[in-house]
Design a protein around this ligand. Structure first.
Ligand code: ZN
Length: 292
């Protein structure tokens, strides 16, 4: 069942659990997300970033939605940039869009987000936006403090834009952290007390299980994940392509020229196993298993 992000996160807020939001890139990752969600009976938010594959990701998601109607899922455009990109996602059947104007001055951020909210809500699509700024891991130590969300401004922002969920900056970062992540839990606590819509945490990867668990307990309902899932997949993939086939039991895998034969479809399959396993770990950590 493909539903809006507002609906999925409303239940998560009420039930005090977090919903994993894995970034997907292709057929294999969308399939892995559906299988993980189905096996754990966990609601899930599919995040997809970038304009190029909007149409195809939407089609693949709809295919699996039909195949597994019991899976409760949202299809969300992650970090929507260009106006055209956001409109294309809405037109292609995304049930939620993020508009990221977090690097703009406050007033411009509000004006641009408000316009998208008006369009998206007219067709039942939810909107996520970011206030404060979650930066990138390699410059974490220099940028972490400057981007933190300001509570008073956040309350005003939610009211003025009409968004459905708010991405907050509480000390996480995108990609791989340079240095140790330190989250401002006092700030999160305050934000979750004064803001009455669901809160989103970008940069879940590398943040650590304890930190993420605590963030969910203190009021985060959506956790964006990519790097950890991707890394877990790469580890499985490397293991597959480098496994020692010189031992007798693998001899049948040697091709007619006596060299190792690696199947590309098999390699994809092996890699995505790690992606799926890491996702299932997070679904359980966020306490969303059994909630769909
Ligand atoms: Zn992000």
């Amino acid at each position: 069942m493909l539903i809006s992000m507002a609906e999925i996160l409303k239940d998560a807020r009420k039930g005090k659990y977090g919903v994993a939001a894995p970034n997907v890139l292709n057929l294999e990752t969308v399939q892995a997300v559906f299988e993980a969600a189905r096996e754990l009976k966990a609601p899930v938010i599919i995040d997809h970033a970038g304009m190029e594959n909007i149409e195809i990701i939407s089609k693949i998601t709809k295919f699996y939605e039909k195949k597994y109607p019991e899976v409760v899922v949202t299809l969300n455009l992650d970090h929507g940039g260009e106006y055209e990109e956001i409109i294309q996602a809405i037109r292609s059947g995304f049930t939620s869009v993020m508009i990221d104007r977090s690097t703009l001055p406050y007033d411009e951020n509000v004006a641009e987000v408000k316009e998208i909210v008006k369009i998206a809500h007219a067709v039942g699509v939810s909107v996520e936006a970011e206030l404060g700024h979650v930066g990138v891991g390699y410059e974490y130590e220099e940028t972490r403090d400057a981007g933190l969300t300001k509570p008073d401004e956040a309350v005003r922002y939610v009211k003025e834009t009409g968004i459905d969920c708010l991405a907050v900056a509480i000390g996480t970062s995108h990609g791989t952290y340079k240095g140790t992540p330190h989250l401002d839990f006092e700030l999160l606590k305050e934000l979750s007390e004064i803001i009455d819509i669901p809160l989103v945490l970008h940069g879940g990867s590398g943040t650590g299980d304890e930190n993420l668990k605590k963030a969910v307990e203190l009021g985060i309902q959506k956790i964006n994940l990519f790097t950890d899932l991707s890394n877990a997949g790469v580890i499985d993939l490397v293991e597959y392509v480098t496994k020692d086939i010189s031992k007798e039991k693998h001899i049948k895998e040697l091709g007619e020229f006596g060299i190792k034969s690696i199947s590309l479809p098999e390699a994809f399959k092996e890699g995505v196993k790690g992606y799926k396993r890491a996702l299932m770990h997070y679904m359980q950590l966020f306490n969303s298993a059994g909630k769909a």
